[in-house]
Structures are given as structure tokens and as C-alpha cells.
Design a protein around this ligand. Structure first.
Ligand code: NAD
Length: 388
């Protein structure tokens, strides 16, 4: 315990957990679904965003203005101008703003509890490991890493640090996708025999160059957009596939896809014979679709994976997918903060990120070789919590 309580923030966390536990037992465990529902946190956990690009500025920072259990407390950026602008816009203390060289000093900053890595994919590994060494809890954007070896290294560093680690899988906190998980995993429409998912956009002149640079991205639309199709099929079916086949789609002549694929179609096979057909592309705009055909009907989301405007329908017209849209990122980050405060596991752990990197590698191997690739040795992990 002693080494768990070496930093101010660990001590605070421990005291908070202790007082919440005591409060809960006084009232009786059954009286409280979550102690934090009646006891506001003494202090919102501080989040530092690493990398202030589109996702941080357009989604995460605004979402952190709506969170209850965490707040934007700092940033890590290579641009002094951006640091100054963010300090002004969000009232951040200068001492909580770092550049990529000074980042490791975050170790001594008790105002930062959570480091959120929002950098190009290939940089996730370095910054997650450095955050772990600084003793911080970490959220890492998807895809977790550009190789299985990096993902394993990140997991080992986080385990050694004894801190919580999650992947930015926002859809596990989104009502339509949670309903797909629940209805699919409980076989509400019978056994799912077939799934279909697609997601993509037309990469054009405004596209961020690192996305088509293999060294920084690890791959093209599969890493970026296809990962949502992969995730969607797994959480709706409630199983990890046993094998995969795949085919790259042709170059478009745009000149963008010299290093990464323009698109890929792939098929997942599940142990019970079910099949999932998935498509992703940087050469075609797709709304994002997730559909399951089951023994007694079908269910479908389209758009399925965006930040808002999601919509669903079922063969029975039962309204089970007529659900509200919410701020997914705020829900995701608040859940992670509560996991830390209550010392409970996240539903989207680093191990799930590793599972997906293993599957992404298998899809690339299948497309490159033209052969079916077995996936029976990947991490066997499915989110059952979001499905409840
Ligand atoms: P972006 O290009 O807009 O931002 C990346 C940031 O990293 C920029 O501020 C850039 O300056 C910085 N950076 C630092 N070192 C860099 C380097 N060597 N090369 C290039 N940029 C460097 O990208 P983004 O869209 O914000 O994506 C960032 C991460 O977030 C990616 O992993 C992406 O997959 C993920 N993402 C997730 C979602 C989601 O819905 N969960 C949405 C968008 C992006």
C-alpha cells in the first residue's frame, strides 16, 4: 500500500475511496447504486490532453466542459502559441502546460490525474509509456498502437505503474451502440447469423497528412475508420471471431495512397458459423452502418459511429433503437474518472485495445496473403458491461 500512496493524488484518491466506502456502508450497500450519485467529488480529476489537433480541440476539450467527475486541467503541445491560446480559452494554469520535452515533469504535478493521448497513432506507445512512468492514469486514443508489440509494451508499462488504462472507445458509452450490444448479446431477435458494417470518408486535400503516412498511422482507413466496424461486429455478436479473410480495394489514382491502403473489405468468421462483412475506405464517403441479421429479425444503425445524429431501426418496428444522442466523449471520460474514484475496472481497457490491434494485424495479413488468417489466439475479451 505504501508505494501506492506516494503521490499527493494517490493519497487523495485513497482518502476519497475510503470516505465513499464508509459513507456507503453507513447507509447500507443496497441503498446506493453508486455512492458518487449522492456525494459530489471533492475535486474533479484533472485531465491533460496530449496533442491539440482536431479531436482534442473539436470534441474532447468541449466535452470536458460538460463532465462531472473530471475537467480539463492541462495540455501537452509542441506549439507555444497553442499553449497560450488554450490557457486563455480554458483558464488553464501555465504550470499545467507542457511541451513534448518537458512532458515527463508531469510526474510532479498533482493537478493532473489523467493523461489523454490524442496523437497520431504511431506516437501513442511512447506517450502512454511516459505517462505510465509519470504515475498517471491514461486514456489512449484508438487505435491503441500500430503494432501488437507496441500495444503489449504499453500494457506492461501501465501494469507496472499500477494505474488505470483505457482506450478512447466512446461508442461503449453511446445509447444506440449500447442497445446493439444488449439486443445482440442477449439474442433478442434470435441468433445473429450475419453482420454488416461499413465506415469511411473520402480523403481529400484537407486530410491530415499523417493519416496516409504509414510510419505515423500504421495503415490507412482500416486503422482509422474500419476499427469501428470491427468493434461494432464484436460487441453486437458478443464474440471474438475465429478467422478473417480480406481484400484491399483498388487504388483510386488520387495520389494519396502510396503508403497505405485506399480501402479494404474483410470478412470475420465466428465459432458458431456467423459471418460479418465489413468495408472501409478513404476513397468513398460512407455514413457508417452497423447491421445484424438474426434468426427472428434484424437491427441496424445508420449513421452508426459518428459523434451525433445516430439513428437505428429494427425489423419489428418496436422502437428499441429510437434513442437519444448524448455527448459521448463526456460520458466516456466521466466513466473513466468514476472507475478511478471507485477503483473499478473500465469497460474499455488496454487489453481490448490490444485485442483490436491483433485483429487489425490479422486483417492486413489476410489481405496481403489472400489467405484466411486464424484469430483464435487473440485476447478473448468482450464488453458485457455496456450491454447491460
Ligand atoms: P490531428 O492531426 O488533428 O492532431 C494530431 C496532433 O498531434 C496535432 O496537434 C499535431 O500537431 C500533433 N503531433 C505531434 N507530433 C506530431 C507528429 N510527429 N506528426 C503529426 N502530428 C503531430 O489528428 P486527430 O484527428 O486529432 O487524431 C489524433 C488521434 O485521435 C488519432 O489516434 C486518431 O485516431 C484519434 N481520433 C479518435 C477519434 C474518436 O472518435 N475516438 C476521432 C478523431 C481522431
Amino acid at each position: 500500500m505504501a508505494d501506492l500512496l506516494t503521490s499527493d493524488s494517490s493519497r487523495r484518491e485513497f482518502m476519497r475511496t475510503l470516505s465513499l466506502g464508509a459513507g456507503a456502508s453507513l447507509l447500507g450497500a443496497s441503498a446506493l447504486a453508486s455512492p458518487l450519485e449522492w456525494l459530489a467529488p471533492a475535486r474533479k480529476l484533472g485531465v491533460a490532453l496530449v496533442g491539440l489537433g482536431n479531436y482534442s480541440s473539436g470534441q474532447l476539450a468541449p466535452a470536458l466542459q460538460q463532465t462531472t467527475y473530471c475537467q480539463l486541467a492541462g495540455v501537452v503541445t509542441g506549439s507555444p502559441a497553442k499553449a497560450a491560446q488554450w490557457q486563455k480559452q480554458y483558464g488553464l494554469a501555465a504550470k499545467n502546460c507542457y511541451d513534448y520535452k518537458t512532458f515527463d515533469r508531469i510526474l510532479d504535478n498533482p493537478a493532473i490525474d489523467i493523461v489523454y493521448v490524442v496523437l497520431p497513432n504511431a506516437l501513442h506507445a511512447e506517450y502512454v509509456v511516459r505517462a505510465a512512468q509519470a504515475g498517471k492514469h491514461v486514456i489512449c486514443e484508438k487505435p491503441m498502437a500500430t503494432s501488437v508489440a507496441d500495444a503489449q509494451h504499453m500494457l506492461a508499462a501501465m501494469k507496472k505503474a499500477g494505474k488505470q488504462f483505457s482506450i478512447g472507445y466512446r461508442l461503449h458509452f453511446e445509447p444506440h451502440n449500447q442497445a446493439m450490444m444488449r439486443l445482440g448479446q442477449t439474442a433478442a431477435y434470435g441468433k445473429i447469423n450475419h453482420l454488416a458494417a461499413d465506415n469511411g470518408f473520402k480523403f481529400g486535400p484537407g486530410g491530415t497528412p499523417w493519416r496516409v503516412n504509414k510510419q505515423l498511422s500504421g495503415g490507412g482507413p482500416l486503422m482509422d475508420m474500419g476499427i469501428y466496424c470491427l468493434q461494432g461486429c464484436l460487441y453486437t455478436k458478443g464474440q471474438v471471431p475465429v478467422s478473417v479473410t480480406a481484400k484491399f480495394t483498388p487504388e483510386t489514382g488520387s495520389g494519396y495512397f502510396k503508403e497505405v491502403e485506399a480501402g479494404v473489405n474483410w470478412q470475420l468468421r465466428f465459432a458458431d458459423g456467423a459471418v460479418a462483412d465489413c468495408r472501409t475506405s478513404y476513397a468513398e464517403n460512407m455514413q457508417g452502418r452497423l447491421r445484424a441479421d438474426a434468426a427472428n429479425g434484424w437491427l441496424e444503425l445508420e449513421p452508426a459511429f459518428g459523434y451525433g445524429g445516430l439513428a437505428g431501426r429494427t425489423s419489428k418496428n418496436d422502437g428499441l433503437l429510437n434513442l437519444p444522442n448524448i455527448n459521448q466523449q463526456a460520458a466516456q471520460m466521466d466513466d473513466f474518472a468514476q472507475c478511478i474514484l471507485q477503483n473499478k475496472p473500465t469497460r474499455v481497457p488496454g487489453e481490448m485495445g490490444l485485442r483490436d490491434v491483433q485483429l487489425l494485424e490479422a486483417i492486413y495479413r489476410a489481405a496481403e496473403t489472400g489467405r484466411a488468417v486464424s484469430t483464435t489466439d487473440v485476447v478473448q475479451l468482450i464488453d458485457r458491461t455496456s450491454a447491460k
